[in-house]
Design a binder for this molecule. Structure first.
Ligand code: SF4
Ligand code: SF4
Length: 204
């Protein structure tokens, strides 16, 4: 093809596009519907009695190709229990400046503690606000859930939780709620970082 015809070909694309049906998005007034399995913001899930599913194993962090997850596990005690079994995730951070929303972390999670929501409105104006802490990622407490820390459902073992035998909190689990704990399950603290969230160690 002769080179001097190239500009004419280019205008041909413009001309053809002028007559196509226009797609107008009214975002943000109308939120765009995403596919049901869209990879959006992560969520740390709870058992039906409110205990956390995360066991602090760090498999999600090791699976992440972008090194976006930081986890520190700790031991549950009889006085302070956040998850069934031995360990829970004491510190949990996802750095959304690094995350590429590939979903490898949720595949790696052995307890289905970590899943992804359809939430995509995550833009913010500082780097700090894009590092989400555990309290930002924990799923909400719904009806029938007690605020951790609290004991496991009476007469159960951690295996019962994973077999789906526990379907809601027992009244005795509510009585053990520590009044110093906030409704999101994070320990109440006076220390806050630049974003207004409780201060915690941040991924470099
Ligand atoms: S979605 Fe991918 S990049 Fe983001 S935290 Fe999970 S594994 Fe890492
Ligand atoms: S989210 Fe899952 S993989 Fe990650 S530390 Fe918790 S239990 Fe382990």
């Amino acid at each position: 093809m002769l080179d001097f015809l190239n500009p004419i070909k280019g205008f041909g694309v413009t001309f053809g596009t002028m007559f196509r049906k226009k797609t107008t998005e009214f975002y943000p007034e109308e939120k765009k519907q995403v596919a049901p399995r869209y990879h959006g913001r992560h969520q740390l899930n709870r058992h039906p009695d409110g205990l956390e599913k995360c066991i602090g194993c760090e498999l999600c962090a090791w699976a992440c190709p972008a090194d976006a997850i930081y986890v520190e596990g700790a031991d549950n005690t009889e006085e302070e229990r956040y998850s069934p079994g031995e360990r829970y995730g004491r510190v949990y951070q996802i750095n959304y400046l690094r995350c590429i929303f590939c979903g490898l972390c949720i595949e790696a999670c052995p307890t289905r503690a970590l899943t992804m929501t359809n939430e995509y409105e995550m833009a913010d104006d500082t780097r700090e606000k894009l590092i989400y802490e555990k309290q930002d990622l924990l799923g909400p407490l719904t009806e029938g859930m007690a605020v951790p820390p609290h004991p496991m459902y009476p007469g159960t073992t951690e295996k019962d939780y994973y077999l789906g035998e526990v379907t809601e909190a027992d009244p005795s689990q509510f009585t053990e709620v520590d009044s110093d704990t906030d409704p999101e399950g994070a320990e109440a603290t006076d220390e806050v970082d630049a974003t207004g969230r409780p201060a915690a160690e941040v991924i470099e």
